[in-house]
Design a protein around this ligand. Sequence first.
Ligand SMILES: Cc1cc2nc3c(=O)[nH]c(=O)nc-3n(C[C@H](O)[C@H](O)[C@H](O)COP(=O)(O)O)c2cc1C
Length: 326
Amino acid sequence: MKNTMDFQTVEPSYTSKEGCRIVWKGIDEDDTDVVILNKNELEQLVELFKKNSTGEVELEDQTSIIRINSDVTQFNLTNHDLLEVKTSEIQKQILDYAKVPHEPQYVYVGTKEFYPSVWIRDDKEPNKELDKKKTNQSLIQAILSSEPEKIRQDLSPTDLFRVFSTRRSTRKFSKTKVEDWKVDKILSAADVAPTAGNFQGFQVFLIKNQKTKEALVEAANNQPYVNAPVVLVFCIDPERVKLKFPPNILEKFSLQDATIAASFSLLAASGVGLSTIWIGMFDEEKVKTILGTELRPSSILCIGYPDKKKPPKSRRKLKDLIQVIE
Ligand SMILES: Cc1cc2nc3c(=O)[nH]c(=O)nc-3n(C[C@H](O)[C@H](O)[C@H](O)COP(=O)(O)O)c2cc1C
């Protein structure tokens, strides 16, 4: 299906100095489509445009393709409407963009950004009879009679409930690099988490420096997996919470802000096929010194591709978790 979006601009990525974001705009102010290119994809596009030639660039999901024709350049994206732009227009913008180095820009969460995603086979039809039966139950009946949740194969890999029911912590990461767009997704998830009074009483440190990661391993009781492909340190920042409450309440609010934000990032990481380990055991003073901050760290989230995919751990029965007060 063809889209009615107009090509707008080429702009820097969120966290990387490489690659770019190609932006389309619709009629409404906040109606945008964004295609994120990594370094390699952008380089291929630049090469073709420099030579004034037609051709194709395959994106990292291996099914989406940018097709450069002499008149129109088409973005054939998996599970997404076709995006088009006049070749002369995008050629000029891309070549201008590639002339100078760019700094990453602030994270902003768009609702319709396209990221090449991992395709997971839907190998089972949903059991309609079972679903029908379930919808007739009240929540309480469902809780009390609950069986261990079966993973729904019919749900998309990013479906929240599928992420809940398939997530499993990892303490052994593969060496595979985590794509920048995934890091962006993880960071933007932290940014949209609810916070007390919307004051966002927390700060996230994205650790790219190898020596810093190694220092954090030591600060975290020598837990080696803290040296992960992506390391985020969540810190509390009670001074940001401009509410007229005693300091202990502001401290509590910012601890909750930082913790919810870290949970959002954890779920986002799981949603894009990564695995995480949440680290709560560390020497706060050492971490502060390593980061050069006065902010108190609340958790370290270590993220990467798991060396081995494992099934989720079991939990107590829901009826043991929930106390119903009637
Ligand atoms: C507050 C908190 C602190 C944690 N601290 C550590 C830690 O320091 N080291 C570690 O290896 N795992 C840590 N974990 C991970 C838990 O051990 C793990 O989430 C738990 O065993 C459940 O496994 P699952 O996440 O696969 O469901 C922590 C988790 C939480 C929520």
